[in-house]
Structure formats: C-alpha cells, structure tokens
Design a protein around this ligand. Sequence first.
Ligand SMILES: O=C(O)[C@H](CCc1ccccc1)CC1(C(=O)N[C@@H](Cc2c[nH]c3ccccc23)C(=O)O)CCCC1
Ligand SMILES: [Zn+2]
Length: 311
Amino acid sequence: NTAHDVTAFGTGVFGDRKMFEAQAFEGKFRLFDVTRGDGVVTYDNTTGTNLDVFSLNKMFKDGSAVDAHANAQITYDYYQDTFGRDSVDDNGQVLISAVHVGNNWNNASWNGRQMSYGDGDGLRFHPLAAGLDVAAHEMSHGVVQHTANLIYRGESGALNESFADIFGAMVDRDDWLIGENIMADGTLALRSMEDPTDLIERRTEAPYPDHWSKRYTGTLDNGGVHINSSINNKAAYLISEGGDHFDVAVNGIGRDKTEQIYYRALSLYLTRSSDFSMMREAAIQAAGDLYGSDSDAVAAVEQAYSAVGVY
Ligand SMILES: O=C(O)[C@H](CCc1ccccc1)CC1(C(=O)N[C@@H](Cc2c[nH]c3ccccc23)C(=O)O)CCCC1
Ligand SMILES: [Zn+2]
C-alpha cells in the first residue's frame, strides 16, 4: 500500500493540542510530512538513533516529538513564506529533528545535518523541543551553513549565533526573548535581544553584553559565540523596535523590514570570515538595496550599530 499524507494531531510538552502533517504508512502513522520540500521528519532517539515515531492512530502522544515536528513545519513555512526559501539549502533538503537525545540533556543542537533536542533535567530546562524559538534557532543554523557559512568562532561565530537568535525571534514573533518557555529555574529566558544585560550568561557568570566595549575576549564557548551574539542581537532589536541606547537614538522600522535586511545581508553579502564591522556594512547595503540609500531603514541600521559601538 502506498504511503500518503494525513493531517494528524497531538499534545505538546505542555499539554497544548496541535495539528500537523504526518504520513499513513503500513497501517500506522508516522511523523513524516511529505508536503514540505523533500520532507519534514521527526525521530525518537530514546532507544537508538533516528528511529521513526509511530502512532497506531492519528493522535500522537509524545510531547517532545509533537512539538519538534510542529515547530519544524512552522519554521519551514516561515522561510518559504517570508523569503521564498525552500528549506535550509533552498533545495528542499529534508528537515530532520530527533527528540529525547542524551540523558536529560540540557541543550539542543544543529549538527550540520539535523536538529537534536534534549529532555532537560526539569531543574534548569524543560524539554527544549517545546521552544518554537529553539527550533527556529537550530534550523537557522542550517540556513547560515548554506549561505554565508560564518565560521563558528570569534566574531563570525557570534554573528552565526546572532542570526540564529534573530530568525528564532522572528518565527516566535511575540517577544524578543530566546527560550522563554523552556526555562525550569524561574529565569526569564536564556537570552534577551531587547535587553541582553537582563540575563546572566552561565559560563562567565556575567550579564550578556549590549555594547562592543563589553564584548567577551576569552576562549570559552569558541570565543564567546553565545555571549557576543547579544551585541548584534541588540542592534537587530533596535533596528526593528527603536530606542535610546548609550545616548544614541534609533528610530525603529519594524520586524518585516528588519527580517528582510538581515536575510539579504546573510544570503548576499556576508562571507565565512565576516566580522561585526562587515555586518554593519552588509546591513547598510542590504537596507539600501531594499528601501533606498536615503531611507529610514538605512538610517536605523547606521544608528543601531553606532548605538552598540560597531563601526
Ligand atoms: O544551537 C546552539 O547554539 C546551542 C548548541 C549547543 C551545542 C554546541 C555543540 C554541541 C552540542 C550543543 C543550543 C542553544 C543554546 O543557545 N545553547 C547555549 C546556552 C545553553 C543551553 N544549555 C546550556 C548548558 C550549559 C551551558 C550553556 C547552555 C550554549 O550551548 O551555550 C540554542 C538555543 C537554545 C539551546
Ligand atoms: Zn546556536
């Protein structure tokens, strides 16, 4: 019998019901969506690597699997609808997610081929697959890899991280926080793009930086890729929302123009070794291409990067 696409249902980690595309296959149902690119598939790593998630009926009960699958579909649709991009490689590459990776693993990752999610230990993190911004962050690493492919170290690595946060916050569009719904220890979020200094970075025990003069210059975390990303995150937030930052006033232009500027900069102008200064120039160029060289958008980009000390 041939496999065919079905609409299925499930409850996420937090008991929220949701619908998504799955596949009827050999008399059962599996989390394989054949309607997006070459597929969106979600595996369960509880007892092995990349094992299919089956259900005897159209109701899936594994919260992490349901959330990872639905969030991957939402993120696929974001890139398709917003930029006309067909998956991470713009050629329909299958979007693979694996849940229950590790043993109460307090993290998630993109390993160059797939997304992986830990269950969290319930003290620091809830299952990380429940975070839509986390899924979008991980898939965005795949997009970065197939575009500028920014080296994952130092300033280029911080940009790599920042792009993942920026598009994570654009998909999970109701705030400028990363991981706000998966923290089990009562903290507001993992990172804040709105005010990075609201949160303490775990390795350095220091507030995330919101200005280039506060950048981390040590060797932890590949030279602070998850730390200095907050400097570019703050610039992106200011471009979209505006604000006064270190006595520099920025007039915001909104999320729709901001996401287009960053996608164009990433896909057309940045290269593997681009640093923060090149990020400023690429964003100015992209804003000029899209909205005119004397536009509010170009002004916002120039002001925002000046506000975070990047020239
Ligand atoms: O994708 C990423 O950049 C992070 C991938 C981390 C990783 C790297 C290499 C191998 C395995 C895992 C995962 C996320 C992240 O930002 N992790 C941070 C913060 C963090 C999460 N759990 C931690 C445990 C200890 C220390 C830091 C952390 C990090 O790994 O720095 C992204 C969104 C949420 C989790
Ligand atoms: Zn990342």
